[in-house]
Design a binder for this molecule. Structure first.
Ligand SMILES: [Zn+2]
Length: 199
């Protein structure tokens, strides 16, 4: 059984939760705590036949906000949408779909459709860096070109592997979306070099 924002009212939630419990099923609340301004903007951008009155969005938002402090008592688990492994899933899915984008620019050549997850960052230490982002998670990638055309490469930012708690930026070479997914999930293919510890 699946509820949605129409279960913002506690009474409606209790009916759904009671139904699940009577069948001995666990109840999980998946929380997308979008702020009101974003929710209103998304509603405003919907087609005429799907858009709801702004007052309705406001009311749902205030009901859900009021429910948050005690939601954990109503259900077996509360999961924040931002904590779902959305980025890893996106990268893995894109890695599978990859392979037929050889003719495009360097980013697209290396990362295929995952290039659509890219955002430019401000200049960072002389390297061009970009961020892959999805679902509130992100991984930074930089283009390293020291003038040797055979050594130009993408590197993904990962935690330092040398010193526990090191605040330094550490990087690992990535050649594909699959490498990027491995780096994001803590299993980099290549060695990790830390700007602080390994230079
Ligand atoms: Zn380090």
């Amino acid at each position: 059984m699946t509820g949605n924002t129409t279960h913002a009212q506690e009474q409606d939630r209790q009916n759904l939760i009671g139904g699940a419990r009577s069948h001995g099923r666990p109840v999980v609340a998946l929380l997308t705590d979008t702020n009101l301004a974003v929710a209103q903007a998304r509603n405003a951008a919907r087609p005429d036949n799907l858009r709801v009155p702004t007052a309705a969005v406001e009311q749902q938002h205030s009901l859900l906000t009021a429910a948050l402090p005690t939601l954990a008592d109503e259900v077996d688990a509360v999961v924040h949408a931002r904590d779902l492994p959305v980025l890893a899933c996106s990268l893995l899915r894109l890695a599978e779909e990859d392979g037929d984008h050889e003719d495009l620019a360097e980013v697209r050549r290396v990362f295929g459709q995952a290039a659509s997850l890219f955002e430019w960052n401000p200049a960072d230490g002389g390297h061009r860096t970009r961020t892959f982002a999805a679902g509130g998670q992100e991984i930074s990638v930089r283009w390293v070109d020291d003038g040797d055309p055979f050594d130009a490469r993408f590197e993904a930012r990962v935690p330092c592997a040398t010193t526990p708690g090191c605040p330094g930026a550490a990087w690992t070479v990535v050649h594909s979306t699959a490498d990027l997914a491995r780096a994001h999930t803590g299993m980099p293919v290549d060695e990790v070099m830390c700007d602080c510890c390994d230079s």
